[in-house]
Design a protein around this ligand. Structure first.
Ligand SMILES: *[C@@H]1O[C@H](CO)[C@@H](O)[C@H](O)[C@H]1NC(C)=O
Ligand SMILES: *[C@@H]1O[C@H](CO)[C@@H](O)[C@H](O)[C@H]1NC(C)=O
Ligand SMILES: *[C@@H]1O[C@H](CO)[C@@H](O)[C@H](O)[C@H]1NC(C)=O
Ligand SMILES: *[C@@H]1O[C@H](CO)[C@@H](O)[C@H](O)[C@H]1NC(C)=O
Length: 225
């Protein structure tokens, strides 16, 4: 049997464009509109400022992706919380777990359907606050799932930052039968003064900003998001 030399099968066809960070699971195929003060996260992974992301974003979906009878649950995670002392693995922080999203009659972002919820929890929104002393920008990942009526989550489960550290989205999704995400997105926030490696060594800048979880800056003994 002979195969012609040089026949290279390029297997790169059909790679689905994920809206969530490379390697993250569960990956989302459809894009969730994440809108901060009328500014949409247009390109998954784009860099935003702390100030721009300080308050909870609005969410929207294309009409074809939304069901008027469905209820949705929103999840936001920081994938890059600095490691605990003596460990070099970065951790996940649950920034938001908000139930009760429904389609509204309001159209935003060029014809997409605004989703709204009267519920702020069970895990209320924590705004991004990556440490000024960090070496990378953090990836803040948003996911929207259909919300089963049996979903079990109460505010007391997420009462403090420690309870949100190491949140296992896959375990949570499995336990609660969330299925695959309906849509997702992500953006980056850089805690360093000007968002570049050149700003290193200026760890004082912004280092004392709101933390929510408290704790001093340092080498990872206290989580900063
Ligand atoms: C965004 O809007 C919220 C109210 O929805 C407001 O509190 C906040 O200051 C605004 N942030 C910016 C950066 O404009
Ligand atoms: C290091 O941290 C990761 C993430 O929190 C954790 O899964 C792992 O068990 C830790 N390893 C050790 C040796 O503590
Ligand atoms: C950040 O950028 C501003 C404006 O370009 C500049 O004045 C300032 O020196 C920079 N700060 C750092 C720490 O690089
Ligand atoms: C981390 O901080 C602790 C307490 O301040 C210190 O003892 C330790 O040497 C530091 N480790 C590194 C790698 O800087």
């Amino acid at each position: 049997m002979h195969f012609s030399k040089g026949l290279i099968v390029v297997a790169a066809v059909g790679v689905a464009q994920a809206q969530t960070p490379k390697g993250f699971t569960p990956a989302a195929k459809a894009q969730l509109d994440v809108i901060f003060n009328s500014t949409k996260v247009n390109t998954p992974g784009e860099l935003l400022s702390k100030a721009a992301t300080a308050s909870q974003p609005q969410l929207a979906l294309p009409p074809s992706a939304v069901s008027s009878t469905e209820t949705y649950v929103f999840v936001m995670l920081d994938l890059d919380v600095p490691p605990a002392a003596g460990n070099d693995t970065r951790r996940v922080l649950l920034h938001a777990l908000n139930t009760g999203f429904k389609a509204t009659k309001q159209s935003v972002a060029g014809g997409d359907v605004l989703l709204a919820s009267s519920e702020k929890g069970p895990a209320t929104y924590i705004s991004p606050g990556p440490p000024a002393s960090d070496t990378i920008a953090h990836r803040y990942t948003q996911l929207l799932f259909k919300q089963p009526s049996t979903l079990e989550a109460s505010a007391s489960d997420f009462a403090n930052t420690q309870a949100r550290i190491g949140f296992d989205i896959e375990g949570f999704a499995k336990k609660n039968g969330l299925g695959e995400p309906v849509a997702g997105n992500f953006f980056m926030v850089d805690g360093r003064a000007n968002g570049s490696a050149g700003a290193m060594g200026t760890s004082g800048a912004g280092g004392a900003r709101q933390t929510g979880g408290g704790g001093s800056r340092g080498n990872g003994t206290s989580p900063r998001k």
